[in-house]
Design a protein around this ligand. Sequence first.
Ligand code: MG
Length: 464
Amino acid sequence: MASVSGVRGVVGKSLTPELLAKYSSAFGNLCNFFSQNAHPKVVLGRDSRASGEMCRVAVLSGLLATGCEVIDLGICPTPTLQIAVEGLAADGGIIITASHNPIQWNGLKFIGSNGMFLSEREAEKLFDLVKNNKIIYQPWSGLGKVKTDHSWIQKHIQKIFKLKYIDVKKIKRKKLKVVLDCCNGAGGTISPGLLRALGCQVIELYCNPDGNFAHNPEPLPENLVSLCRAVKKNKADIGFANDPDVDRLAMVSDLGIPLGEEATLALATKFILSKKPKSKVVTNISTSRMIDDIVQKHDSKVYRTKVGEAHVVRELKAVKGIIGGEGNGGVILPELHYGRDALVGMALILEYLAESKKTITDLASDLPKYFMIKKKGKLTKYFEGNLAKLKRKYMKSRKRFGIPNGFSGEKINLIDGVRIDFEDSWIHVRKSNTEPIFRIIAEAKSEKKAKGLVAESLKILGAN
Ligand code: MG
C-alpha cells in the first residue's frame, strides 16, 4: 500500500528488503534534488517492531547508496523524528513504522525538510521514481555516511515544556497518578519520562519498547481492556494509551472507562480555544462534530480536509490554524511542530486537569454528546459502483433517517470518498490509505440512529 501516508506492507510478503531499499533510494534522490548539501542529510528512526532492524538495514543501504548523510535516532516516535528533521535542518526523514497496524506489518513514513509529511505531489514524484526505475545510484566515491544521535527524546520533551500553554510547576503540584499503555511500542522510550518530569506517579503497562505488542496496537476501546482495569485497580486519575509510533493518543477515565479516540482532539481543542478564542482549527472529514460545536462556542472556525496527516498539516499551515488533528487521537499543535503528537496531547490534557481542577470524567462529560460508529469492510471490485449507489440513495432518502420534512441542509462532500451531512447526523465512507479496506463512520445524536446509518450503508455496499 503506497499513499500520502507512506508505504506499508506485511513483512516477508509485500514488504521485502528490496522494496524498502528501492523506496529509500528514491527518497534519497528526491532529497538530493532539493538539497543544497553535497550529501543530502536524512534523519532515520524506527518504532520498536521485531522487523524494525531488518527494515533499518535495508533503508540505510538505500540511503547510503544514493549518497545521503544519515543521522540515525534509533527507536523513537514519529513526532520526535519530525522535530529532529527540523532541528537538524535536514533535507528529510524516514521513520520505519506501520503505525497502529498489527505486528506482522511494517512500513515507511516520509518526512520533508520542513518536518512535515510529504505532500501528495511530492509522494507521487517519489512513487514515480520507484515505479519507472528512475533511481540514480552513486559510485563508490559518492556513497553516504551514517552517525547516531540519541539526544532528540530529551529535546522533544524540553520543547513541549517550553510551550506557553504548559505550566510544568502547576502540573507537578497536582501529583497526578497515571497509568500508561505504550503497547511495547516506541512510546516506551519517551512517554514514561515525559510524565515523570511532570511530577506524575506513572504506572507502566507495556512500556518496554521491545516490539512484542501486548495487544492489538490500535488504541481503540476494545484493545484497552487491561488499561481500564489497571486505572480502576490503582485508583489513577487517568489512563493514557499511545499507538506504536506515538502519534495517536487515547484516554481512559478515572472510572476506568475508555473515552474513545475522538475525545482526545475534542478536549485538546477545547482547552486551546479557551485560551485563544476566534482562532482557526483544522481537522479531517472523518472527525466528530464535537469539534464544530466547540469551535462555534469559541467564536472560531473549522476547516475540513481529506483524511491523513499530510492533508491536515498543509491546511493548518495555509490558514495559520492554532490547533488541528484527526479524530483518531492525533493532536497537532503547530507551535510545537506540524505533526500529530501523542506527547503534546498528554501534556495538554494534564495541564487542562491541573487548571480546571476537574476530573477527566467531568471534563469528558462536558463535551458535546454524539454517538459515533466506525466499521470497516473488504474492498471488492464493486466498491466504486456501490459507493455511487449509496450516494444517490442517501441524497434521496433523508426522511428515513428522521430528518425533518422540509430540511434541505444535507451537504455532500466528495473530497475523500463520500460524506453526507444531515441536520443532526452524518455518514462518511472512504477507502483506507494504509490497508486494502474501506472505512465507514456515522455519527448521530442517538446510538440507534448512528447504527441504522451504518447498517443501511453496509447493505448498499454489499458488505454486511
Ligand atoms: Mg501512528
